[in-house]
Design a protein around this ligand. Structure first.
Ligand SMILES: [Zn+2]
Length: 304
């Protein structure tokens, strides 16, 4: 089979679809704002419309990476935050299959990004990967034997909720305190900077201030990166991956401190496991979603 496949990326602000060839190269893409406030039906309609534009050259199933927790057995949303109101409980695989007349395989967007990076990005030719995505929050995903390790609930690899030294006063997105996401994420940078300076800005602004010499911002970014790197160093002993990848909008600012801490902390038996920046940027979810559509199921625990 050499025909391309279609991957879809459904996020809280943007929905995209891409025609992807069998080497993981994006041939064409379509994009539109996600009509999140108009409800799930409108979101599904936009995703289906973008995909329909590209389906002509393809055959077989489509893949989807979406915000939220996905039941690996059914392709339904187990849980989604307010970024997609009403998304919880929506049977995305079945709804899109009805609209498109094709089988549809669905996974969480961070799982899809990890699958994309392992296929055609920084993890190319590596069968075992841990990927963390540092954006507003901190997501994670595990690729084992070229497949997403979804776990029992579709959320294996969510490293953001591991305990993190230095985060004790910071509230995590899950509601508890002291987790890695509460310090090593955009929202974590913002919260730590506010505690340090009394100034409330976004995580992106903290990163920009660190880059232009703001001492408080530099300390916040360094602490966050160091905790991230040390945590990832411990995780390689648990997962024994071929590589650890750091993706997401805040990856660039955290990577220098994360790499230094990772190298210092990684156990000797895994000293050859590299910590690498992800390579596909915002295409990673689309490419990984396309990968889902090819060959065989790429998610543990599903028969779709
Ligand atoms: Zn948490």
């Amino acid at each position: 089979m050499t025909t391309p496949v279609v991957g879809i990326d459904i996020g809280g602000t943007k929905t995209a679809a891409a025609l992807v060839d069998r080497t993981g190269r994006v041939l064409e893409r379509r994009e539109a704002p996600t009509p999140a406030r108009s409800g799930p039906e409108a979101v599904l309609d936009v995703a289906a419309r973008l995909a329909t534009d590209l389906l002509g050259a393809t055959a077989g199933p489509l893949g989807v990476g979406t915000a939220g927790t996905v039941d690996p057995a059914t392709g339904s949303i187990r849980y989604a935050t307010d970024s997609l109101p009403g998304w919880t409980g929506i049977p995305v695989a079945d709804e899109l299959a009805t609209r498109l007349g094709r089988n549809v395989r669905v996974t969480n967007d961070v799982n899809a990004a990890a699958l994309g990076e392992s296929w055609a990005g920084a993890g190319r030719d590596r069968a075992h990967i841990l990927l963390v995505a540092v954006g507003t929050g901190l997501g994670g995903a595990i690729i084992r034997n070229d497949r997403v390790e979804a776990g029992a609930r579709g959320v294996a690899g969510e490293v953001g909720h591991l305990p993190a030294p230095g985060a004790e006063r910071l509230r995590c997105g899950c509601g508890r305190h002291g987790h890695l996401e509460a310090i090593a994420s955009g929202s974590g940078l913002a919260a730590a900077y506010a505690i340090e300076t009394g100034i409330h800005v976004t995580g992106r602004t903290v990163a920009e201030r660190a880059a232009t010499g703001d001492g408080a911002a530099q300390r916040v970014v360094e602490r966050a990166g160091a905790v991230l790197g040390a945590t990832l160093a411990g995780l390689v002993a648990l997962l024994d991956p071929d590589a650890v990848l750091v993706a997401g909008g805040a990856a660039g600012s955290l990577l220098p401190a994360a790499s230094a801490a990772y190298s210092a902390e990684v156990p000797a038996g895994w000293a050859d496991v590299p910590l690498l920046p992800a390579a596909l940027g915002t295409d990673a979810v689309l490419v990984g979603a396309a990968r889902l559509a090819i060959d065989r199921p790429h998610i543990e625990g599903t028969n779709r």
